[in-house]
Design a protein around this ligand. Sequence first.
Ligand code: AMP
Length: 211
Amino acid sequence: MHLIFLGPPACGKGTQAAILKKEHGYYHLSTGDLIRKEVTAETELGRKLKVCIETGALGASEIVNELLKKDVENHRQMGILFDGYPRKQDQAEFLDSVIKENGSVLKRVFYFDIDANELYKRILGRITCNDCSIVYNLQTNPPKEEGICDCCKGQLVRRNDDNESVLKNRIQSFFEETAPLKGFYQKRGILTVINAIAPVELVTEQIISAL
Ligand code: AMP
């Protein structure tokens, strides 16, 4: 049984995904992480996706779909938590077909409701673990030791795309291209809207109570 997190950058999806992974055994499938791996490894797909990571525009669905399908097939025995995918209608339809092919079910979609101004405040203080991808925030959720991940002792870094101009594109792309998917899943009766301004534990409670 799979879940989707729909939400703009810095809405807290990554933090909640880490909690569901640790405490409920979900596989956290982040297409952003898959893309960054390809870019770092300088693969052919990575070279094609590099520009979109750098500018905050969406990557071509055919390429992202290919990465997604492979990763779903590698984790077919697990409950998957999709983070950052789907980002538009054609991807939502592709995901339906992949889930069907794997004989699984999409259980619930969580929409992280948050105002764009709050996102700017949050994102500029954000740092991410290079090794396990856990996200901290210098203002609201700092690590115990500066620059070091509490969980795996990896190095904490600022993402290259966490700067203001790229951020504007990413937020705009979310509200224009991804937010309309809310209606798509609402019609199916599997959408839960989360108040994402709430403290981390209260956001977790909202998710768990809807599972
Ligand atoms: P994220 O880590 O989810 O914020 O993704 C980082 C960047 O990767 C985005 O700004 C997009 O350029 C690209 N990306 C991630 N997921 C997708 C997707 N499902 N479709 C297209 N581009 C994506």
